[in-house]
Design a protein around this ligand. Structure first.
Ligand code: TYD
Length: 205
């Protein structure tokens, strides 16, 4: 059985987490081994880099280098070995987040990010990217009720509008890889759409 790599994306507050857990459960119920992980993070080194990226002020190139360094370690230690064993890898964010946050949000050079992506990923891309699309204004209301915000979560609405446009640009550049989910619905309706997107590709037959 071949490995399956699914990433989950969206602006902060889009509500990915419960659906990632539910999908992990659905794959396990069908007898698949599942590795559930996240970025930046997923290894001790990458989790250390995550703390720096989410808490310390830095310029956008430094931020990009750190998230790609974390990704390099994560792919080598966790993602590639799991895929080689035929597992399902469910990853909360992957490189589309770098294009959306550092590229579109922080207006860092898109072509430099494409170069870093080539070096770091050597062609590896998710088989499917589930994009939880939510208007920035709705996400802002959800985040206001949430925990203490990190560096990104405390950004103004205009930042998240740019981030969302970055996701849209990534989808335009790889439309077959993306499933765009309307996240401005009840959790039950969002879950129905997530499941349908995965099943439509024959991944949860
Ligand atoms: P998030 O995935 O939302 O985790 P939590 O639910 O625990 O807050 O947080 C990760 C943050 O990191 C999010 O604001 C997006 C940001 N990020 C980047 O800026 N670039 C990246 O390449 C990645 C993977 C994440």
């Amino acid at each position: 059985m071949s490995g399956l790599f699914i990433s989950f994306e969206g602006i902060d507050g889009a509500g990915k987490s419960t659906h990632i857990a539910a999908l992990a459960h659905a794959f396990k119920a069908r007898g698949r081994a599942v590795t559930q992980t996240r970025e930046p993070g997923g290894t001790p080194l990458a989790e250390t880099l995550r703390r720096l990226v989410l808490n310390d002020p830095m310029d956008a190139l430094t931020e990009s280098l750190l998230v790609f360094a974390a990704r390099r370690d994560h792919i080598g230690q966790v993602i590639a070995p799991a895929l080689a064993k035929g597992e399902v890898v469910l990853c909360d964010r992957f490189s589309d987040a770098t294009f959306a946050y550092q590229g579109a949000g922080r207006e860092f050079d898109w072509d430099v990010l494409l170069t870093l992506e080539k070096w770091v990923q050597e062609g590896l891309q998710p088989d499917l990217t589930v994009w939880f699309d939510l208007p920035a204004s709705v996400a802002a209301v959800r985040l206001a009720d949430a925990r203490v915000p990190d560096k990104f979560e405390s950004q103004p609405g205009a930042f998240f509008e740019k981030v969302a446009s970055g996701y849209a640009r990534r989808q335009d550049q790889a439309p077959q890889r993306f499933a765009r989910i309307n996240a401005n619905q009840s959790p039950e309706e969002v879950w129905k759409d997530v499941l349908a997107a995965v099943q439509a590709r024959g991944f949860l037959a």
